[in-house]
Ligand binder design. Structure first.
Ligand code: NAP
Length: 446
């Protein structure tokens, strides 16, 4: 008998779960609130990291399998509730990720010019929720809080030249704002030491090869060797990072017009300025038993914008439990409640690479099949319910039409010119529909 599964969220975790379920006798519906699929691949991975984005081709193959149906532009909590989905599907999988920022709980965090990385990255990746962020980058110095891969992405996108971004899919509005910005220095602040930084080595080394920008590190902050008890793989990353930072410490600010400064042992304590950011006050730290401890010594850096890249956070979904402390749906290895499962960042928190989601999807599929609940109506009921509510789902074939227009609108070597609003995406379908009726081709630019 066919098992009917709804997966909420069409990012990597959702697609890996769908793919794993296609091995079984299952009817799999991927429900996504945006017309566009792919989650963080489209709107999180940096616009200049197109190689990473290529994985979406394999997700498209999954979406086009006969057992899978994509329902874009359907928001759970607005168009259909989780309780309703649990009523009509044998199993429901939460793959909703971690779409918001860990809040920067600092005095002054409400000043103009302070942005969370989820919002900032979403803005330069044409995510409809952040299209209107309108960041004020009219400043010579930007501070990025955090030394993870997102912080590195943000710093790099801010300092790359237009030529270096030519192969990216940075939307025009973001390219114009960033390239017009008089940014000369980006300061990245780590509250712990260089060997505690979360960035991975490929991403760090990229900072040493930028056309117009030099990485700067104070050699006095670098230990001779990595000390501590780390697993082999972890130790190797830290050793490589330390070696790279040592190379960076020999570079000189005068080499290039722009500099990215890696500053460690620095914990932000206050955002300075009036209505708008004018600087960041930090406390120097030392690391004790892996934790940053304040030394009572403070310093300030002048900057006109701050991006807080201190990690993402999931948001509760009505009808499912939520652990406020850890920012996840409480679960036992993915099982949440009877017929309800979690995968990806809503299950484990916002860490790991795209591939880390693959085992999650496989495990959820195994659990769903092992739990073996069958007999609910699934897709037919969803479609009836959406039609009765006047909801206009976007199918995967329709998404591919929108995507083809994005690709046709691009200026090579950029792969696509993204539509950054839901209205623009849906308008393409209406135009295509009108053109089909009148026999005239039609498309639009963002
Ligand atoms: P992350 O790796 O957890 O890094 C967060 C950074 O913020 C850390 O340096 C952390 O310092 C710091 N931080 C946290 N709270 C802070 C506070 N209150 N004050 C000051 N600093 C604070 O998170 P992420 O950069 O958002 O990345 C999320 C995941 O996506 C990671 O697994 C990352 O590797 C992955 N990702 C990968 C790529 C890639 O492979 N190219 C690109 C982007 C993202 P502590 O260590 O001291 O807590």
């Amino acid at each position: 008998m066919t098992i009917r599964v709804a997966i909420i969220g069409a990012g990597p975790a959702g697609f890996y779960t769908a793919e794993a379920l296609t091995e079984a006798d299952a009817e799999i519906d991927l429900i996504e609130y945006l017309p566009a699929p792919y989650g963080l691949i489209r709107a999180g991975v940096a616009p200049d990291h197109q190689t990473t984005k290529k994985i979406q081709k394999s997700y498209a193959k999954t979406a086009l399998k006969p057992a899978v149906r994509y329902y874009g532009n359907v928001k759970v909590g607005r168009d259909v509730s989780l309780d309703e989905l649990r009523e009509i599907y044998d199993a429901v999988v939460l793959a909703i990720g971690a779409p918001t920022d860990n809040p920067a709980r600092l005095p002054g965090a409400d000043k103009r010019g302070v942005y969370g990385s989820a919002a900032f990255v979403g803005w330069y990746n044409a995510h409809p929720d952040f299209r209107n962020l309108d960041p004020d980058l009219d400043t010579s110095a930007v501070a990025v809080v955090g030394v993870g891969n997102v912080a590195v992405d943000v710093a790099r996108v801010l300092v790359k030249t237009p030529a270096e971004m030519a192969t990216a899919d940075l939307p025009d509005y973001a390219a114009e704002r960033i390239q017009a910005a008089p940014i000369q220095d980006v300061y990245m602040f780590g509250r712990r030491g260089p060997v505690d930084a979360k960035f991975t080595n490929v991403e760090l080394r990229e900072m040493g090869r930028l056309e117009n920008c030099v990485p700067i590190v104070d050699p006095a902050q670098l230990p001779d060797a990595v000390e501590g008890d780390y697993e082999d793989r972890d130790l190797r990353v830290r050793e490589k990072n330390l070696a790279t930072l040592k190379e960076f410490s020999e570079r000189r600010r005068e080499e290039k017009p722009k500099g990215v400064h890696f500053v460690f042992y620095a914990s932000p304590v206050e955002i300075l300025g009036g209505e708008k950011v004018e600087g960041l006050r930090l406390e120097r730290t030392r690391v004790e038993e892996g934790r940053a401890v304040g030394t009572g010594e403070f310093f300030e850096v002048a900057c006109g914008a701050i991006v807080s890249a201190i990690g993402y956070r999931s948001t509760p979904i009505e009808g499912a439990p939520f652990d406020e402390k850890w920012g996840i749906v409480p679960n036992e290895d993915g099982r949440v409640e009877d017929g309800l499962y979690a995968v990806g960042w809503i299950k484990r928190g916002p860490t790991g690479t795209i591939a880390t989601n693959k085992p999650d999807g496989k495990l959820a599929a195994e659990q769903i099949l092992a739990d073996g609940k069958e007999g609910k109506p699934g897709r037919a009921s969803l479609e009836k319910l959406l039609a009765a509510r006047g909801v206009r789902p976007v199918s995967f074939e329709e998404w591919q039409k929108i995507e083809a227009i994005e690709e046709a609108n691009a200026t090579p070597p950029s792969p696509r010119r993204k539509f950054a609003t839901v209205e623009d995406m849906l308008a393409q379908l209406e135009r295509a529909e009108a053109a089909r009726e009148t026999g005239c081709p039609g498309s639009a630019r963002a």
